[in-house]
Write a protein that binds this ligand. Structure first.
Ligand code: HEM
Length: 401
């Protein structure tokens, strides 16, 4: 039996693709210096999503990082993301219908109008800070529309969301905990005020219906009710923001593929899937092993935290031909895109994320076909969990749009 090779979290965060590319042919598992095992082969990642010898991680990492109380722990203990069995089913069920594909597809025209409105607002300027002026706003506007909250709340809740989303990356440091506690407290207070207001004055909106359904069924505690809405705000605004910035940067870094999308809007869905594959906004999902699991001669011991690296799986030549090449016409995408995870925790917002990414790309290609990078490509930080994006300026010729 082999022992997995160990890397520091900093090394993996900085060079994830290089390290995984080098070691995938050699070993199925790497180890992080914090004792977390990392599965890096596509076949293993896909099997382990649903392997009964694993379960979803709960608050294990948080406890190790010294999160023993406060609103952050309360959120992590009650979100559907980090729960198992009956608790997970009860937390997810009241939200499933609202995020089902058929309902989300009805939102397409609104998402398109939001994307076009954001472009209109800065079209005359000839350049923009893509993350600040576009990618941060689009998913936040859409989630406001779904939940029934005013757009004027966006700056307040997104500030908390961007800080709290680090909680879903297994590499957050102890030093980040105070800011995350504060963000969890602020987001909780905001969501509690929404819930209390809808209970007093129900409206024709999602939160009123959710609160009424929870009250009628009695299956969710108040803390669970609040944590699911916090989860939707968080998952609904941060992941797609990163994915929007990454997809725009990647296509502008490959101008021939950008021009192809501008010429043929039929290429948009394939381009979205390919950008999610090539540089995913979510890089891994956490699990806990319940017993020893042997992977190609290497023991993954029971009772350990395991990171399933979707980032590595998405570049595995066993799943994709020539995986280090961005190719929007790729003919071999698997039916269920691994970037959205697998098993009972598979992304609830998959349909929504795709609609947002497709409508944004189509609007940019239609309205700003001469779009170009205005400086460096986007910086994507982190090799685990939700990744952070920084610094993407784009420009266009105002006279040619
Ligand atoms: C590009 C965008 C997105 C990516 C790559 C992504 C990826 C993922 C992944 C990998 C998981 C599984 C986590 C696990 O197994 O531990 C997940 C779960 C989840 N996602 Fe997404 N997501 C995206 C956008 C969204 C959006 C827009 C929403 C909006 C509602 C959303 C809501 C959720 C929720 C609620 C869960 C938890 C599901 C559960 O535990 O049952 N996601 N997502």
């Amino acid at each position: 039996m082999h022992q997995p090779l160990t890397f520091t979290s900093a090394e993996l965060d900085a060079n994830a693709h290089d390290i995984f590319r080098r070691y995938r042919p050699v070993t199925p598992l790497l180890m992080r210096d914090d004792g977390i095992y990392v599965a890096i082969r596509a076949g293993d990642v896909q099997r382990l999503f649903t392997d009964p010898r694993t379960r979803q991680m709960e608050t294990e990492i948080a406890q190790v990082r010294g999160v023993t109380d406060g609103p952050l722990l309360e959120f992590l203990q009650h979100t559907m993301v980090l729960s198992n069995g009956m608790a997970h089913r009860q937390r997810r069920l009241p939200l499933v219908q609202a995020f089902a594909s058929r309902f989300i597809h009805e939102l397409r025209p609104h998402v398109r109008a939001i994307a076009e409105g954001l472009i209109d607002a800065c079209q005359g300027a000839g350049s923009m800070d893509f993350i600040q002026d576009f990618a941060s706003w689009l998913p936040a506007h859409v989630i406001c529309r779904i939940l029934g909250i005013p757009d004027s709340d966006i700056p307040g809740f997104t500030r908390s969301v961007y800080s709290l989303s680090r909680a879903f990356s297994s590499t957050f440091a102890r030093g980040e905990v105070p800011a995350m506690q504060q963000a969890a407290g602020e987001l909780k207070a905001y969501v509690e005020s929404l819930v209390a207001e809808r209970r007093r004055h129900p409206r024709e909106d999602f939160i009123s219906a959710f609160v009424a359904a929870c009250d009628a069924s009695g299956t969710l505690s108040h803390a669970e009710e609040v944590a699911q809405l916090m989860t939707i705000l968080l998952a609904g605004s941060d992941t797609t923001r990163s994915a929007l910035a990454i997809q725009t940067s990647l296509l502008l870094q490959h101008p021939e593929q950008w021009r192809a999308v501008c010429r043929d809007p039929g290429l948009v869905p394939g381009a979205v899937l390919e950008c999610l594959r090539y540089e995913p906004a979510v890089a891994s999902v956490p699990r806990v092993t319940l017993e020893d699991i042997v992977l190609d001669g290497t023991v993954l011991p029971g009772g350990r935290i395991l990171s399933l690296s979707t980032l590595s799986a998405l570049r595995d030549p066993a799943l994709y031909a020539d995986p280090d090449r961005l190719d929007i016409r790729r003919a071999d995408p698997p039916r269920r895109h691994p970037v959205f995870g697998g098993g009972v925790h598979r992304c609830l917002g998959e349909a929504l994320a795709k609609v947002e990414l497709e409508e944004a790309l189509a609007a940019l290609a239609r309205r700003l076909p001469h779009l170009a990078l205005d400086g460096d490509p986007v910086r994507v930080e982190g090799g685990f969990g939700i990744r952070t994006v920084r610094g993407l300026r784009v420009r266009w010729d105002r006279t040619r749009t």
